[in-house]
Design a protein around this ligand. Structure first.
Ligand code: ATP
Length: 355
């Protein structure tokens, strides 16, 4: 029979009811999460939200207080890390400094017990294949100190892949690199992922990185899973105010909902609300959900307190007498002056009930 492709062999990861406390403080609350076979899933959240803890529980490096972790439907909760067949890459490349690149990559195979160890020629062949995959052919005899940070992380990824892990777990793998290199490595990782088809969980606190790279994004906040969805899902349909504000600039307005109509400062906003929702709510608006209008028109009045150009559009900052400021996107050709008083009209937004 034909050897199954990696995609066919890729396993899903299922996290069920995982809870973890450190010294009485909850780091993860009752997390349920499924990573689909062959998927690249980003765990995204601010510092301290529990991303690394969840990744380490999946890996078997940290034990959950409650809950289970399944790989391909089999309960791995009590399996030690060595038995889980996971490949890791961490933020700070943990390459062996005294070993050449090729030996770093081959290490996981060379230390296997004799019965499971591939023959030397096979190890050499696989190492060459991985060097090619991470685009470092010709670097096999270098030592880690003779590589750039980005190259070291590519070696770390090749080393993680060498043992043919069932899943790949990456903890801020580009976190220590400068912005330009990080950006280059994003496209590169996406490409490697498509070629290997490994189920991959990727920790990042960088929204752009998660939204650009991942098939789906799982957003954590203070140990709670706020939302899991495609980059479009989480951006267009944020499940909570946290997700809305974490993924980008958002202004909050108090709103009244009556008969399915949303009112801000007594004026209707063209945003649909469920008919059953009545009473106070919050309307969150992105900079492109707002547009300048004449004073006294629109939903809001304020003074322009900042103007800056963002590529092909302009962002203006509008301050209200009470000190709140918000950002509005306008076309480049709009002529507006600092200090000018304007009205703002709300064109769109996302409604959340206040409770
Ligand atoms: P960062 O982006 O800063 O790495 P994170 O989202 O990965 O953050 P975690 O490292 O998972 O967050 O930490 C979640 C919470 O658990 C934090 O409040 C942290 O202080 C706490 N924590 C994590 N590991 C330990 C530990 N070994 N002992 C005690 N507390 C811990």
């Amino acid at each position: 029979a034909a050897r199954p492709t990696e995609q066919e062999r890729a396993v899903d990861i299922h996290v069920a009811g995982v809870t973890k406390e450190f010294g009485g403080a909850a780091a993860l609350h009752d997390i349920d999460l499924t990573v689909r076979p062959g998927e690249l899933l980003a765990l995204l959240g601010p510092s301290g939200s529990g991303k690394t803890t969840l990744l380490r529980i999946i890996a078997g490096l940290v034990e959950a207080d409650r809950g289970h972790v399944f790989f391909g439907g089999l309960d791995a909760t009590s399996l030690p890390v060595q038995k889980r067949q996971v490949g890791f890459v961490f933020q700070h490349y943990a390459l062996f400094r005294h070993m050449r690149v090729a030996d770093n990559i081959a290490y996981g195979l060379q230390v296997r017990e004799r019965a499971n160890r591939p023959p030397k020629a096979e190890i050499r062949r696989r190492t060459a294949e991985l060097l090619d995959l991470v685009q470092l052919s010709g670097y096999e005899s270098r030592f880690p100190a003779q590589l750039s940070g980005g190259q070291r992380q590519r070696v770390a990824l090749a080393r993680a892949l060498a043992v043919e892990p069932r899943v790949l777990l990456l903890d801020e793998p580009f976190g220590a690199l400068d912005a330009k290199v990080r950006k280059d490595l994003r496209a590169w990782l996406r490409d490697i992922h498509e070629r290997t088809g490994k189920t991959t969980v990727f920790v990042t606190h960088d929204q752009d990185e998660a939204l650009e790279l991942a098939d789906r994004v799982a957003i954590l906040n203070q140990g709670h899973l706020e939302q899991v969805g495609s980059p479009d899902d989480v951006q267009d349909h944020p499940a909570t105010p946290f997700v809305m504000t974490f993924l980008g600039q958002a202004a909050r307005f108090s709103a009244d909902i009556r008969d399915g109509r949303v009112l801000v400062n007594g004026k209707p906003v063209p945003v649909a609300a469920q008919r059953s929702t009545i009473g106070r709510a919050s309307l969150y608006c992105r900079p492109w959900h707002l547009t300048p209008t004449a004073i006294g028109q629109g939903h809001y009045t304020g003074t322009i307190s900042g103007i800056r150009r963002l590529g092909s559009i302009r962002r203006i900052e509008v301050s209200q007498a009470n000190g709140t400021t918000l950002e509005v996107e306008v076309p480049l050709r709009t002529s507006l002056r600092l200090g000018e008083e304007i009205g703002l009209e709300i064109l769109d937004g996302v409604i959340f009930r206040d409770d």
